[in-house]
Design a protein around this ligand. Structure first.
Ligand code: 6LW
Length: 542
């Protein structure tokens, strides 16, 4: 059978997976984004549909005032005797904790803190019913960097026994992390990532006959690494193993896809899948020791199943938001609302803006594809200086780009702004605005193009931004690019709202039909800025 990697494109890093019967569940890390830790369901490990989030309440996840790439680091999901456990770290909050649920779609419990330091916690139940907590370095004094284990009471989170046991420091790569323990036959296997999450990221394994060690490193480590290759998938690491109901093993792990040269990535670290087999000495072999490709052919049957398709247009016809939508940090109920009967999403002009860590009226989703059309229609009449609302692409506080309606000389005008570090470029776009406006972002691998679409007219290009300037390599951090709806009063008190009627997210699929149809009708407006040279040429798009 064949499948396509990444199985979860876009910012879905640090995947962890578990199986219950023939159902698989997967979680990923979320940092400053709320709700935290999306949870996906699949019957074949390839098609994943999101069924909820593990951290949906502020009492579970307080992200107030935190900087981008703080918050929630790598989670682990496990199932034991009727209960799901999701264990993770709030790096700018309570540290290591877990939550539990009988229904993985939620609600999940309040956090149960665990008093062991380090990041990337994982849980393991032995066949005698005892449970163990593993995390990377304790960050306490002079203990050796590596993976530590301690017995845990999973009802209370209380750590048992005399103290943490040092298990392994890996094969010598920096940041031994992402530990997961498994039992197969008489062996305890300890899977870890090392080398840091950049280009030298990799997965290594050790094993022992005793859960407390000593752990013996596999002499052929790492079992997964794309380091130093020309492969389109890079930084492969941070994996979790799972056995399917037919007895086949798999690994989910993170990887990145680059654009440009030197290599950069802006879509975040994504979730990949590869088959795992066991050699005669009892060590796991990932994808027959071949690189893991974007197009995979595997010689094993998998249930044929495809998750529900998400419609391109979100018309806000439900009381709740689609699961793809996130806030940056927490967002209070007064700051936004949906009116499902009118099909409207309303965002309050909060004082916080994209540059800061105050509460911000931003509802955004991951940009998951190199090529996509993102478009919205909204109604907004700025009433005071500083009020602005529109369509944004955001990596973090210092790296974002937006097309907005704002007020200048008592009139509504269109504003294009881009920020890369301390460099800010902002100008008024000479396209007339009305009460209702349509804005578009067109993602083309190395460039984001922004358009205003006058009523009954063709899209007019208002500005552009290189995706390189929003990439992880330039912006820093652990996340990926988001696109979404935004409103702000820029520090003032405001009673004004922006009303969003719909939001489209359409990846360029297959023959890119949608792409050609809109590209040929787009026009470019003259600016002193650099986008003049970036007129679309329909002929070059085929
Ligand atoms: C995560 C660590 C890592 O906790 O990056 O790639 C950290 N690996 O294991 C943030 O995702």
């Amino acid at each position: 059978m064949q499948y396509t990697n990444p199985v979860l494109p876009g910012f879905y890093p640090d995947p962890s997976v578990c199986r219950v019967g023939s159902d698989f569940y997967l979680v990923t890390s979320t940092f400053e984004w709320f709700p935290g830790v999306p949870i996906f369901h699949s019957e074949d490990l390839i098609h994943w549909s999101q069924i909820g989030h593990c951290l949906t309440r502020k009492e579970q996840l307080n992200l107030e005032g935190i900087k981008s790439s703080g918050g929630i680091y790598a989670p682990t999901i496990r199932y034991h005797e009727g209960l799901f456990y999701m264990v993770t770290t709030n790096t700018t909050g309570i540290g290591n904790f877990f939550v539990t649920a009988t229904d993985p779609a939620g609600e999940w419990s309040n956090p149960i803190p665990v008093a062991q330091g380090g990041i990337d916690p994982s849980l393991f139940w032995d066949s005698d019913g005892r449970a163990y907590f593993v995390s990377n370095s304790l960050l306490e004094g002079d203990l050796e960097q590596g993976i530590y284990l301690r017995e845990i009471d999973t009802e209370t989170g209380r750590l048992l026994g005399r103290g943490p046991t040092f298990l392994w420091k890996g094969t010598g790569g920096k940041f031994p992390e992402a530990p997961h323990l498994y039992r197969r036959g008489d062996w305890y296997y300890l899977l870890i990532a090392e080398g840091g999450t950049e280009l030298t990221h990799r997965v290594s394994i050790a094993r022992s006959r005793n859960v407390f060690g000593p752990y013996e490193s596999y002499e052929e480590n790492p079992i997964l690494s794309h380091a130093g290759s020309m492969h389109p998938v890079q930084s492969t690491g941070h994996g979790d193993l799972v056995e399917d109901s037919a007895g086949n093993w798999w690994i989910v792990f993170l990887g990145v896809r680059h654009v440009g040269y030197p290599l950069v990535h802006h879509l975040g670290r994504e979730t990949y899948l590869a088959p795992v087999s066991w050699n005669e000495k009892g060590w796991p072999i990932v994808n027959d020791e071949e690189y893991v490709d974007l197009k995979m052919t595997v010689d094993r049957p998998l249930r044929s199943y495809s998750g529900p398709e998400t419609p391109v247009r979100d018309k806000f016809l439900n009381d709740t938001l689609r699961l793809c939508w996130n806030f940056r940090r927490n967002l209070s109920g007064e700051a936004w609302s949906v009116d499902p009967r009118a099909g409207e999403l309303s965002l309050h002009c909060l004082p916080g803006n994209l540059d800061g860590t105050d509460e911000t009226a931003l509802i955004a989703r991951r940009l998951q594809h190199f090529e996509a059309r993102v478009e919205l229609e909204f109604e907004f009449s700025p009433k005071a200086n500083g009020e602005e609302a529109g369509l944004v692409a955001v990596m973090n506080e210092k790296h974002h780009c937006e097309i907005l309606v704002t007020l200048r000389n008592h009139e509504s005008v269109l504003l294009f702004r881009k920020r890369c570090g301390s460099l800010v470029n902002e100008y008024q776009v000479e396209i007339p605005v009305s009460r209702t406006n349509r804005l578009r972002l067109s993602a083309k691998e190395e460039t984001l193009y922004f358009y205003a679409i006058p009523e009954g007219g063709n899209p007019i290009q208002a500005g552009m931004m290189e995706t390189r300037l929003l990439s992880t390599e330039v912006a820093g951090g652990f996340t990926g690019l988001y696109v979404g709806m935004y409103a702000s009063s820029n520090g003032n008190k405001s009673h004004n709202n922006a009303i969003f009627h719909w939001f489209d997210y359409e990846p360029a699929g297959g023959p890119r039909e949608w792409d050609r149809s809109f590209v040929s009708t787009e026009q470019t407006l003259n600016h002193s800025d650099d986008e003049n040279s970036l007129l679309f040429q329909p002929s070059s798009m085929s």
